[in-house]
Design a protein around this ligand. Structure first.
Ligand code: CAA
Length: 295
């Protein structure tokens, strides 16, 4: 595989493009929004600068990495030479079905079509194409250049050889791949989201405050971020969507999203990206402060 197309240039899309480009692949980064593409290139350049500051990357490699990325606003042109497409668009099932229909129409017939979805069924996504055996989940974690895991999701119809190819490719990218089957939340979010939901309930029921809950998990369980900070980092709307997928898909009330989370999302307090969640965020700063209503 040489030519990789990444669909969507948001947080996950730009991280995935960064990773492939830094490993020498030719990357076509596609987004309907040109402003989002410009922002993505700036983010990638800033993250490469971090690596230069750390002494893990040279200026030459930065230039090469950026030179490996071409941007497109036209999906048909962006996928024309793809060996692999990794879709990282918004987590919306109708949007993904529509994108995969187009990918199937315009990408070369032997191309593998992967989705970075965190919870939508790969089997369902594959059903929008005439090549379900070549559709697979390739789930990265934020920040993509840093997090080691790739969760590979085999849909009901995915060919074993296709999962194996993605496994080998992930290893080539310096990641540790794990293959799982296609059930709601896969493995990562089947386990992560109930833990985060329990932290929301602990706060909601007054068991402890934001800092206490996060400190317990950071220092007691060696998590790099406490569950409430992590939920803000992932996005509270994303957490709510995934919990709803688990609740609906598994039919068990234990996955019901905490009413506090529902209220926060309805109020537009979505975490770091909106500046407010369980914490408040100062733009361009690492500083966080427990949000006023939880103090
Ligand atoms: N791109 C490239 N490098 C980055 C980066 C980025 N966006 N963000 C951080 N880094 C690098 C830094 O340069 C630094 O590198 P070194 O280790 O070489 O020094 C390293 O990552 C640590 O960064 P910082 O010192 O700035 O910050 P930190 O030590 O506080 O770590 C963190 C930041 C890596 C995000 C850490 O807090 C962490 O691991 N948090 C948990 C993240 C997590 O759980 N992610 C998964 C979320 S779930 C998901 O993504 C999927 C889903 O389906 C919901």
């Amino acid at each position: 595989m040489k030519n990789i197309t990444v669909i969507g240039s948001g947080t996950m899309g730009n991280g995935i493009a960064h990773l492939f480009a830094q490993n020498g692949f030719a990357v076509a980064l596609v987004d309907i929004n040109p402003t989002s593409l410009e922002k993505a290139l700036k983010t990638i350049a800033n993250n490469l600068d971090r690596q230069i500051t750390k002494g893990t990357l040279t200026e030459d490699s930065k230039t090469q990495t950026l030179g490996n990325i071409t941007t497109f606003t036209d999906l048909q042109k962006g996928v024309a030479n793809a060996d692999l497409v990794v879709e990282a668009a918004t987590e919306n099932i109708d949007l993904k079905l529509q994108i995969f229909k187009q990918l199937d129409e315009f990408a070369p017939k032997n191309a593998i079509l992967a989705s970075n979805t965190s919870s939508i069924s790969i089997t369902k996504i594959a059903s929008a194409t005439a090549r379900p055996t070549q559709v697979v989940g390739m789930h990265f974690f934020n920040p993509v250049p840093v997090m080691k895991l790739v969760e590979i999701i085999s849909g009901y119809a995915t060919d074993k050889a296709v999962s194996q190819k993605i496994f080998e490719l992930s290893t080539q990218l310096g990641k540790v791949p794990v293959v799982v089957n296609d059930y709601p939340g896969f493995v990562s979010n089947r386990i992560l989201m109930p833990m985060l939901n329990e932290a929301f309930y602990a706060l909601f029921e007054g068991v402890a405050g934001v800092e206490e809950i996060d400190t317990v998990m950071k220092l007691g369980m060696a998590h790099p971020m406490g569950p409430l900070q992590l939920a803000d980092f992932v996005g509270l709307d994303v957490c709510l969507n995934i919990l709803r997928v688990l609740h609906e898909g598994l039919g068990n009330p234990k996955y019901a999203p905490c009413p506090l989370l529902v209220n926060m999302v309805e109020a537009g307090h979505l975490g770091a990206k909106t500046g407010k969640g369980f914490y408040e965020y100062v733009p361009n700063s690492k500083a966080t402060l427990v949000a006023e209503r939880f103090r």
